[in-house]
Design a protein around this ligand. Structure first.
Ligand code: HEC
Ligand code: HEC
Ligand code: HEC
Ligand code: HEC
Ligand code: HEC
Ligand code: HEC
Ligand code: HEC
Length: 414
C-alpha cells in the first residue's frame, strides 16, 4: 500500500471513529438521549410515551418544580415586583431589582450600594417558600432574602442574621440531593484543613424526576420497547414488592429530616435499598424530629402506623398529582380506617355532631411551628413562625380546645 493511501485510510477511519463516538453520545442505538447519571438511567423523556397520564400530571407537582434555574416564570408573581425594598434597620436595606440580565438582591448601607448578586437558582416550588442561590465560579451561595408564600412577601432567609446582610452561606450538594435529581461535584482544598464543594454547572438535573424516586430505568425501558405485549412491569422495583418500612423509605430519603450527616450521596438511593447505610450512624437522630422535613419519623411514631399493616405515605398522598391541600379530602382518608361501625371512631364524635366533618386534621395532625425554621419580615424584630402539619397522628388537648371554641363560636353566630 502506498504511503498516501495508508494515510488516507487512517484519516478516514479517524473521522468515522470520531463521528461514531459523537453520534453514540447524541443518541444510543434505540434513539434515546443519554442521561447525565450514566448508562443505567433511561432518557427521562421516554417515560411519557408509555406512562402518559402520570407524566402529564406529574409536571404540576411541587416535587417536579422544587428547584430550577431562574427564568422569571418560576418566581412568585409578587416577588417579581420592581425595586421592592426590604428594611433591616434605618441604615440597612436590600432592594430586589430587575436589571437587564436578571433579578438582583442589592444591599444598601447608609445610602451606598455595598453588594449586589443575581438570583440564579430557585429552591422551593413556591408552595410555602422559595430561597435563592447565586453562582460564584463553580460554587453556589444562598441569598439573604427568601420569599414566603404564606405571607406573600419577602423575609430574611431562615438561619440568616437580622442585623447584617450575609451573602456567603454555601449551598451544599445535600440541598440538591433532596431538591434535585443529580449533580456532579468535586472537592477543592481551600486551606490546610478545609475543603469546599464545587459543582459542574451542566451536570445538574433540577427538580425531582421519575428516576429520582423509582431508580435507574434503562433496562426497564429497553425491555418494554422490545416487548410491547408484556403488560407487567419488568426491570424496575415495583412498589407492592416492598415491605411497609421500605415503602416509607422511598420518601424518608428526603422526608426523614435534613439534620442527618450523609456518608454517601443519596442520589444513589433506589427503592429497596437500606437507607441507614447512607448515613453516619454516630450523627444526628439525637434531636426531636421537626415538623419541617421529617414526616417519616413522626408518622412512624403514630399508633395509626404502628398498629396497621398497610399505612404508608401513599395512603394519603398521590405523588403523581398536585396536592389539593383540602382538609375535607384529607379527613376522608381517616374514615377509611376509623368508622363508627368498626368501633374505632372519634371519642369526641357525639359531642361534635356534624361539626366533625372535614376537621380530623385540625385536631389530630395540627399545624405546628417548626423549631428549625422561622423567618423575619421587613422592619420587624420578632420572628414569624413557619407552620407545618405534624405527622404524629395523636390526641392534642390544646388544639382540641382551640378548635372546640372555634366550632362553638360558629354555632353561636348561626
Ligand atoms: C415502552 C414502554 C415503557 C416505557 C418507555 C417506560 N415504561 Fe414503565 N412500565 C411499562 C409497563 C408496560 C409497565 C407495567 C404496567 C404499568 O404498571 O403501567 C410499567 C411499569 C412501571 C412502573 C410501575 C412499578 C410498580 O410499582 O408497579 C414504574 C415505576 C415505571 N414503569 C417507571 C418508568 C419510568 C421511570 C420510565 C422512564 C424512565 C418508564 N417507566 C418508561 C412500560 C414502559
Ligand atoms: C428526592 C427527594 C424527595 C423524595 C424522594 C420525596 N420527596 Fe416529597 N418533597 C421533597 C421536597 C424537596 C419537597 C418540597 C417541595 C417544594 O415545595 O419545593 C417535597 C414536598 C412534598 C410534599 C408537599 C407537596 C406540596 O404540594 O405541598 C408532599 C406531600 C411530599 N413531598 C410527599 C412525598 C412522598 C409521599 C414521597 C414518597 C413517595 C416523597 N415526598 C418523596 C423531596 C422529596
Ligand atoms: C416522589 C416520588 C415519585 C416520583 C417523582 C414519581 N413516582 Fe411513580 N410512584 C411513586 C410511588 C410511591 C408509587 C406507588 C404508588 C402506590 O402504589 O400507591 C409510584 C407508582 C408508579 C407507577 C405504578 C402505579 C401507577 O400509578 O400506575 C408508575 C407507572 C409510575 N409510578 C411512574 C412514574 C413516572 C413515569 C414518573 C415521572 C413522570 C413517576 N412515577 C414519578 C413515587 C414516585
Ligand atoms: C434531607 C432532605 C433535604 C435537604 C438536605 C434540604 N431540604 Fe429543603 N426541603 C426538604 C423537604 C422534604 C421540604 C418540604 C418540607 C416540608 O414541607 O416539611 C423542603 C422545603 C424547603 C423549602 C421550602 C419549600 C416549600 O415550598 O415548602 C426551601 C426553600 C428549601 N427546602 C430549601 C433548602 C435549601 C436551600 C437546602 C440546603 C441548605 C435544603 N432545602 C436542604 C428536604 C430537604
Ligand atoms: C390504614 C388505617 C388508618 C388510617 C388511614 C388512619 N388511622 Fe388512625 N389509627 C389506625 C390504627 C390501627 C390505630 C390504633 C388503634 C388502636 O391502637 O386500637 C389508630 C389510632 C388513631 C388514634 C389514636 C391515637 C393515640 O395516640 O391514641 C387517632 C387519634 C387516630 N388514629 C386518628 C386518625 C386520623 C385523624 C387519621 C387521618 C388523618 C387516621 N387516624 C388515619 C389506623 C389508621
Ligand atoms: C394519614 C394521612 C397522612 C399520611 C399517612 C401522610 N400524610 Fe403527609 N400530610 C397529610 C395531611 C392531612 C397534610 C396537610 C395537607 C394539606 O395542607 O393539604 C400533609 C402534608 C404533608 C406535607 C406538606 C407539609 C405540610 O405540613 O403541609 C408533606 C411534605 C407530607 N405531608 C409528607 C408526607 C410523607 C413523607 C409521609 C410518609 C412518611 C406522609 N406525608 C404521610 C396526611 C398524611
Ligand atoms: C375538636 C377536635 C377533634 C376533632 C375535629 C376530631 N377529633 Fe378525634 N379525638 C379528639 C379527642 C380530644 C380525642 C380523645 C378523646 C378521649 O379520649 O376521650 C379523640 C379521639 C379520637 C380517636 C381515638 C379513639 C379511641 O378509640 O381511643 C380516633 C381514632 C379519632 N379521634 C379519630 C378522629 C377522626 C377520624 C376525626 C375526623 C372525622 C376526628 N377524630 C375529629 C378530638 C377531635
Amino acid at each position: 500500500m502506498k504511503g498516501s493511501t495508508r494515510l488516507f485510510i487512517v484519516i478516514i477511519s479517524g473521522i468515522l471513529f470520531t463521528l461514531a463516538a459523537f453520534l453514540s453520545q447524541c443518541a444510543s442505538d434505540n434513539g434515546q438521549k443519554p442521561d447525565l447519571r450514566g448508562e443505567a438511567y433511561a432518557d427521562e423523556t421516554t417515560c411519557a410515551s408509555c406512562h402518559k397520564n402520570i407524566s402529564n400530571s406529574y409536571i404540576h407537582t411541587a416535587h417536579f418544580k422544587t428547584s430550577g434555574p431562574i427564568t422569571g416564570n418560576n418566581l412568585p408573581a409578587k416577588s417579581r415586583a420592581r425595586n421592592h425594598s426590604f428594611i433591616y434597620n434605618n441604615d440597612l436595606k436590600i432592594i430586589i431589582e430587575t436589571r437587564k440580565d436578571g433579578i438582583y438582591q442589592t444591599a444598601w448601607f447608609k445610602g451606598k450600594e455595598v453588594r449586589s448578586q443575581k438570583m440564579d437558582i430557585a429552591f422551593g416550588a413556591n408552595e410555602k417558600a422559595q430561597t435563592y442561590g447565586y453562582w460564584k465560579g463553580n460554587r453556589v451561595y444562598e441569598l439573604p432574602l427568601s420569599f414566603f408564600d404564606t405571607i406573600n412577601d419577602w423575609g430574611i432567609s431562615p438561619g440568616f442574621p437580622s442585623n447584617v446582610v450575609y451573602y456567603d452561606r454555601a449551598i451544599v450538594s445535600h440541598c440538591f440531593e433532596c431538591h434535585g435529581s443529580y449533580l456532579k461535584k468535586s472537592f477543592v482544598q481551600t486551606g490546610p484543613l478545609s475543603v469546599a464543594e464545587e459543582f459542574s454547572k451542566h451536570s445538574i438535573i433540577y427538580g425531582i424526576d421519575c428516576q429520582r424516586c423509582h431508580g435507574p430505568a434503562a433496562n426497564h425501558v429497553q425491555f418494554h420497547l422490545e416487548n410491547p405485549t408484556v403488560k407487567t412491569a419488568r426491570y424496575i422495583t415495583t412498589y407492592n414488592s416492598l415491605n411497609k418500612q421500605l415503602k416509607v423509605n422511598m420518601c424518608a430519603v428526603c422526608h426523614g429530616g435534613n439534620d442527618l450527616k450523609t456518608e454517601k450521596s443519596t442520589f444513589g438511593y433506589k427503592p429497596g435499598d437500606n437507607l441507614a447505610s447512607f448515613y453516619d450512624p454516630n450523627f444526628g437522630m439525637t434531636t426531636e424530629p421537626d415538623v419541617h422535613g421529617n414526616q417519616a419519623t413522626l408518622l412512624q411514631r403514630s399508633k395509626c402506623y404502628i398498629n396497621s399493616t398497610n399505612l404508608t405515605c401513599t395512603t394519603c398522598h398521590d405523588v403523581h398529582q398536585q396536592e389539593k391541600h383540602d382538609p375535607v379530602i384529607s379527613s376522608q382518608k381517616c374514615l377509611d380506617c376509623h368508622k363508627t361501625k368498626t368501633h374505632n371512631f372519634c371519642k369526641m364524635a357525639p359531642q361534635l355532631g356534624n361539626a366533625i366533618a372535614g376537621k380530623c386534621i385540625d385536631c389530630h395532625m395540627p399545624a405546628m411551628p417548626s423549631r428549625l425554621i422561622s423567618f423575619k419580615m421587613s422592619a420587624q424584630n420578632q420572628n414569624s413562625p413557619y407552620l407545618l402539619h405534624t405527622h404524629q397522628i395523636a390526641v392534642y388537648p390544646e388544639q382540641t380546645k382551640q378548635i372546640l371554641s372555634l366550632i362553638n363560636n360558629i354555632k353561636k353566630s348561626d
